[in-house]
Design a protein around this ligand. Structure first.
Ligand code: NAD
Length: 356
């Protein structure tokens, strides 16, 4: 029987509550689909600052590296707002992504049928099965390029650099094509090749990588057009691959199409088996400890972990179907609609387990 070692970084605020529900669902999936899971906990964020003085202790990095995958809740909160920038809880988050070499960020934007009305986009535009996967390059581009201040024509000015190497583009393109092969075999590469030289290299490289995936249909789109097409006709997309800065903006846009922040999962991958899985929302200090947080984004992150890191696709599908069935009758307060049963975080976890 396969045994997977998972490191839990529960973090701060609602982190522990939502991760506990995800663990419950993972245990249930293990029992049903015949695998075992061993957990180890480590400190990240504010709780790590309280216990050790730093947001990312060395022990946490070592534990994560020794595991098959990492499950993260969320970090941060007002208690640590006065820490210096490099010792804030969020610095731990950037640090762990760097330490684990997580260069690919995957954000699905999926609408569960019963939640259609939560989307700001009209029903007829979304259709019945909007399912987009945004693959964003996470460790290169303008966020990591050289920058500085200077004087131009006697006036103060500032500059940042967008730079990508061919190997950086190749590896993110491969992630996108590999994902498309498991999905609807379509990749849209998003760039600004009409203006930017770095985008022209991006496009050439993606085209070259595409030759290794003859079954996948590739098209290219300028980022300004993509921003428009996401709200005009989101159904046209399967996998979108793009640079760090364009992905940052487009993935937030795409996530709003799906409605509530409490529903959105994400994965960050290193190219190997190890990945870090987390909801996209923060630690929601305003509702922490009240048993009202929505644990579904974290539970859906578990499904991504099973699919992308552990090779348990059947269990992943089952969790996603269970979530869809539960949403037909029961909701946490953030996605509540009249006529539904209002449930708390813990009960939502129990209902997903029961449906599994
Ligand atoms: P947030 O995502 O924590 O909360 C925004 C709003 O959404 C709040 O009203 C919150 O109650 C609600 N919300 C979020 N998740 C929810 C859930 N699962 N169920 C129900 N409601 C939910 O963003 P914020 O308030 O800007 O940030 C709070 C803290 O989280 C800050 O310290 C911030 O730096 C940190 N943060 C962490 C991460 C991360 O760990 N990945 C991401 C974003 C923000």
């Amino acid at each position: 029987m396969n045994n997977y070692k998972i490191t839990l970084l529960k973090g701060d605020g609602i982190g522990p509550e939502i991760v506990n529900q995800a663990v419950k669902v993972l245990d249930k999936a293990a029992e049903k689909f015949g695998f075992e899971v061993t957990y180890d906990e480590a400190l990240l964020g504010g709780c790590a600052i309280d216990a050790t003085g730093v947001p990312l202790p060395e022990e946490t990095i070592a534990k994560c590296k020794a595991s098959d995958s990492v499950m993260l809740g969320a970090v941060g909160g007002p208690k640590w707002d006065n820490q210096p920038g490099n010792n804030r809880p969020e610095a731990g988050l950037l640090g762990i992504r760097g330490a684990l070499g997580l260069f690919a960020n995957l954000r699905p934007s999926v609408i569960f049928g019963p939640l259609k009305s939560a989307s700001p986009i009209k029903d007829e535009i979304i259709g019945d099965n909007m399912d987009i996967l945004i693959v964003r390059e996470l460790t290169g581009g303008i966020y990591f390029g050289e920058r500085g201040r200077k004087e131009v024509g006697g006036q103060p000015a500032a500059w940042d650099t967008e730079q990508y190497t061919v190997p950086e583009i190749e590896r993110i393109a491969r992630v996108a094509f590999d994902m498309a092969m498991r999905r609807n075999k379509r990749v849209t590469s998003v760039d600004k090749a009409n203006v930017l030289e770095s985008s022209r290299l991006w496009r050439e490289t993606v085209i070259r990588v595409s030759k290794d995936y003859p079954e996948v249909e590739l098209n290219h789109m300028y980022v300004d057009n993509c921003a428009m097409q996401l709200v005009r006709n989101p159904k046209q997309f399967d996998v979108i691959v793009t640079s760090n800065i364009f992905g940052d903006i487009l993935s937030d846009e795409a996530s709003m199409i799906a409605g509530s922040i409490g529903m959105l999962a994400s994965a960050s991958l290193s190219g190997g088996k190890l990945g870090l899985y987390e909801p996209i929302h923060g630690s929601a200090p305003d509702i922490a400890g009240q048993d009202i947080a929505n644990p579904l984004a974290t539970i859906l992150s578990v499904a991504m972990m099973l699919r992308y890191s552990l090779g348990e696709a059947e269990a992943a599908d089952a969790i996603e179907s269970a979530v869809a069935r539960v949403l037909e009758t029961s909701r946490t307060p953030d996605i509540y609609e009249e006529g539904m049963k209002k449930v708390g975080c813990e009960e939502m976890g129990d209902l997903v387990c029961a449906q599994l």
